[in-house]
Ligand binder design. Sequence first.
Ligand code: RAM
Length: 362
Amino acid sequence: MKKKWLVHLLAVLLFGLLVACGGGEESGGDNTGSESSNENGTEETAGNGDGEQKRHAFVFKNTGNPYGEKIMEGFETAIDETGGEAILRSPDQPTVEGQIQIIEELIAQQVDSISVSANDYDGLQPVLTKAMNQGIKVLSADSAVNGDSRTVHINQADPEAIGRTLVQAVAEMMENEGQFAILSATSQASNQNLWIEWMETELESEEYADIELVEVAYGDDLRDKSVSETEALLQSYPDLKAIVAPTTVGIAAASKVITDKELQGEVLVTGLGLPSEMAEYISNGVSPWMYLWNPLDVGYLTGNAANALVEEEITGEVGETFEAGELEGEFEVTESDDGVEILLGDPFKFDPDNIDKWKDIY
Ligand code: RAM
């Protein structure tokens, strides 16, 4: 017991130091390089036992996505602070099959919690139900699974606000006239699909009568595919005025293509982007502005929620509250469309005035 307390104290001190080194942002610092620990997850001890070190897994959509790495970094920081062990896994490709295989392995390892950024809203239900039946706490974060497949979803920001804001932004950039396309992640990604639904709802308003959404293309959160999909959009729609990419991989790929083709100012790009990947394109005018939340905080909140569930501080009932380490204030379990969720906060807008402040953080 004493030892656990000491480990916790050391972890808190270390975290404080990291935040201080990160320039005092609320982001959880930049402890790069730690995200790949335990990647193979071959395990020694069985979880689910009192007094044992708790093991918390995070499964992202796929490898090679810097946004996913930041989420897992924040998750690991939170789990370290609790004295637990973080297991970080992602399939090579953003498929539901890849995630099922990893989750089966985590169940066999008897981890204490599994958090997943899902490649499919319904497709993980059988394997996540199996996990929950074995006493494993299940959370989705970033990209949700349906309400029956999870105890709670960690929502980065209000999906309606995200969808509507993206349309308002692109309309302003296009001066309310012309064609634009959406470059999304995979066609099954539940977070992107929800945001796109809200974009389509916003577009129904009369004020966008002269704006046409010509196509929703899917780059699958893979850099090369996102590049080739952008090139195909430019070819198919010579009058295209803008691309909205509600994915950090897509927005960076689209911006690179526009920059390489010297189409700055002719085709504008906005959406959800990582400042570290987009600073160049915000500065060169390809993307006048864009939005995102802090992925380190998404992961950090998820880690704290997973721990609170495993330690039975919360059970996932609407109205319960808990504190999430260094994040300010209390977080509350609230009702969502088909289950319960915990909301992180509002997205940030990044533009030429503030991008340099954030580009080294995430
Ligand atoms: C990509 C992923 C992730 C999404 C961000 C905005 O990195 O698709 O799930 O939340 O973009």
